[in-house]
Write a protein that binds this ligand. Structure first.
Ligand code: EPU
Length: 347
């Protein structure tokens, strides 16, 4: 039996990135098995070309056409692989939709990921930038993952320490950037569960619904309601979630800023530093709801850049740079973009 050619040429990526930026891949393949991956990587037509691993496209700024091979992660499946006295171990294919996976775990009675409901993207991309929201980060329930090393062609297992998780960061955004295709992730979901409702928005939402002792699904529902109220839906308006990381500054820098700007929201870190709310800094710099060309800051959450229609990667870069310059001028604070910029040259 002959298999259809998995390699496609000159493929539009517009619908495969949540900022809805126009870009084309010289070569493209959806990877749903190791055999497909091996066949694609051995193909004479793509030797020596750059490669890009694509998940849900929700943490990506496509700066132009991609001159190489785009590998779309299409590994599927989800199952409970193990259980011990303290936890359930649940494995999910890297190409599965993150939110659908979270809801499935909750419906199966395996809590833990509820605060991370409705985050766009795939399960395989979740550990790459260590997604986080409403008081938890995915690394807290991460157990292990299996990835394909695109350089050696071998399968590699990673445990939690190997991943070097940090705030919106991991090994896969640092030394391992671009090298691995994450095929499956295993989470450890503890049997003894307590809701994480310390985040003001979550507490307020549950109180408004008259819920004193929430179930995991009720926490998920509350998070969904908050996100729907505050954040733009990528299905309706192009965006990549928070566009900047919340900057972390040392104690002296925080003291300087707090004296100048009463009301500056801040979150003490374990190491004595302070995390600042980038959304607040951006709003104070006058950018909430403002746009430069087709790209602007969302009117209900200044930290999110939105594509009002027809934007290119260069437009995103221009607005990002303008916001950063204004925040730098007003506060002396440097903002770092959260998404990864890839693709052709920028003007
Ligand atoms: N704020 C403003 N103006 C704004 C936005 C925020 O003044 O336009 C203030 C808020 O009033 C609040 C503070 O800034 O005092 C923090 O705002 P919020 O609670 O909305 O959270 P955030 O720090 O802006 C972070 C994550 C989000 C995550 C939320 C909830 C980052 C970069 N962003 O946003 O993650 O959903 O907390 O936990 O850490 C994402 O990474 O894509 C993302 C959406």
């Amino acid at each position: 039996m002959t298999h259809p050619d998995p390699l496609r040429q000159n493929v539009a990526l517009d619908a495969l990135n949540t900022l809805r930026l126009p870009a084309r891949a010289a070569w493209f393949a959806a990877i749903d098995s190791v055999d497909t991956l091996r066949a694609v990587l051995d193909d004479a037509r793509i030797q020596g070309l750059p490669r890009l691993v694509l998940g849900g496209g929700s943490n990506l700024v496509l700066a132009g056409d991609f001159p190489g091979l785009v590998l779309q992660v299409a590994f599927h499946g989800r199952s409970r692989v193990q259980e011990d006295a303290d936890a359930f171990y649940v494995r999910v294919g890297g190409g599965e939709n993150w939110h659908d996976f979270v809801r499935w775990t909750l419906e199966m009675g395996w809590p833990g990921l509820e605060n991370l409901s409705l985050i766009p993207g795939t399960a395989g991309a979740a550990p790459v930038q260590n997604i986080g929201a409403y008081g938890i980060e995915v690394c807290e329930h991460f157990y292990s993952l299996r990835a394909y090393d695109l350089e050696t062609g071998k399968t590699v297992g990673f445990d939690k320490a190997d991943c070097a998780f940090a705030y919106r960061d991991s090994f896969f955004k640092q030394q391992g950037a671009g090298r691995y295709l994450i095929a499956a992730v295993t989470f450890r979901l503890p049997k003894r569960w307590t809701p994480i409702t310390g985040y003001a928005d979550v507490a307020r939402q549950l109180a408004a619904q008259g819920i004193a002792v929430p179930t995991p699904l009720q926490v998920s529902d509350a998070v969904i309601a908050i996100r729907r109220a505050k954040l733009p839906d990528p299905a309706e308006i192009g965006n990549a979630g928070s566009f900047f990381k919340n900057p972390v500054v040392d104690a002296a820098e925080y003291a300087r800023l707090a004296a100048l700007h009463p009301g500056l929201p801040h979150y003490p870190q374990a190491d004595g530093r302070e995390k600042l709310a980038a959304g607040w800094l951006i709003e104070q710099a006058g950018w909430k709801g403002r746009r430069l060309g087709p790209v602007g800051c969302f009117e209900r959450q200044a930290l999110v850049l939105v594509n009002h229609g027809g934007a290119t990667g260069a437009d995103v870069r221009a607005t990002s740079n303008a916001v950063r310059a204004d925040v730098r001028a007003r506060f002396g604070v440097e903002l770092e973009p959260e998404p990864v910029f890839v693709g052709g040259p920028l003007p």
